[in-house]
Ligand binder design. Structure first.
Ligand code: SF4
Length: 306
């Protein structure tokens, strides 16, 4: 069996920064240390930190006054920052700078009087945070059809932003529809869909034609991992989203000659290596790394830890 390892795959600069920030905070302040929501959307990473004494909370009332609280890579609603200040929590902000960029754009467009259309998925942590920055000016659109029913006070004063981890093709279709409906719409100065999302999608788009099956290593609540699975299926290739080798089933590989393996931006390389080992233990396997572009992006630790 040929195993193609898609590159780039796995951890992005924002996830690396958030994980290193949490590791540094544990060393410096000890545990328990609290994190609002999952530090990144990956079960393996979250379980590992739980074993180290990290407590993940969905409600700040669960955090004792004065304790250390970290914000996850997806960012938070400004109301959470206010609540943390009231409870005198010692906060550490591990929001990815590329998410913070979208928050800043939302604040700027709202200040300039625009109605903002945010393209994204309802209920995603990042979307909740971005919408909170301009709650009175922002409307969420998840599908192209929803553009037709949007209601804005001034159709000539509309701006759009996007979640960082969307499918490029889906977002482009929604933007096309928005431009038809609001010809004067303005967008962000630089693409909101982040470099890591774009590169991982491009690798799957280019490489999946060579595969009979695509394995995407990532958790179900990881938006960018879900998108990688959809992109492979859109190319007509069977694709499965798995947390790791424990999810793999020998029956999937009957008649399969080539498997493409990729990983979402929050999925650790250990799990990819585990999937390759799982295949090697069962089939004569030939592993081929295939990198469509090289990334060189790094973010500094959360400012409170520098
Ligand atoms: S996927 Fe993109 S926006 Fe999200 S943490 Fe990684 S680099 Fe930042």
């Amino acid at each position: 069996m040929r195993v193609i390892l898609a590159g780039p795959r796995g951890f992005c600069a924002g996830v690396n920064m958030a994980i290193q920030s949490l590791e540094t905070a544990i060393q410096r302040f000890g545990t328990p240390i609290y994190v609002y929501h999952e530090i990144v959307h990956n079960k393996w990473v979250v379980d590992r930190f739980r074993r180290l004494g990290v407590v993940f909370v969905d409600d700040l009332n669960e955090v004792p006054e004065g304790a250390h609280l970290m914000y996850s890579a997806h960012g938070v609603h400004p109301g959470i920052r206010r609540q943390a200040a009231q409870r005198r929590l010692r906060t550490i902000d591990a929001t990815c700078p590329l998410v913070t960029k979208v928050h800043r754009e939302a604040i700027r467009f709202a200040r300039e009087g625009y109605s903002i259309i945010l393209i994204g998925h309802q209920g995603h942590d990042e979307v909740i945070g971005t919408m909170g920055e301009a709650a009175r000016s922002i409307l969420l659109v998840g599908r192209a059809e929803e553009v037709d029913t949007l209601n804005v006070p001034d159709p000539d004063k509309v701006a759009y932003l996007t979640q960082t981890t969307l499918s490029l093709a889906d977002a482009a279709e929604i933007v096309r529809r928005l431009r038809r409906r609001f010809p004067n719409i303005v967008g962000p100065p630089k693409d909101d869909i982040c470099y890591a999302t774009q590169n991982r999608q491009e690798a799957v788009r280019q490489l999946s034609a060579r595969a009979d099956l695509v394995l995407v290593v990532g958790s179900r609540n990881s938006s960018n991992s879900q998108r990688l699975t959809e992109i492979a299926r859109d190319q007509g290739v069977d694709a499965r989203l798995i947390d790791g080798p424990a999810d793999m089933d020998p029956a999937w590989f009957t008649g399969i000659e080539t498997v493409l393996i990729t990983a979402g931006a929050s999925a650790p390389e250990e799990l990819v290596a585990g999937c390759v080992r799982w295949l090697e233990e069962r089939f004569p396997t030939d592993v081929e790394p295939a990198t469509v572009c090289v990334e060189d992006v790094h973010f500094a630790l959360a400012s409170e830890l520098r």
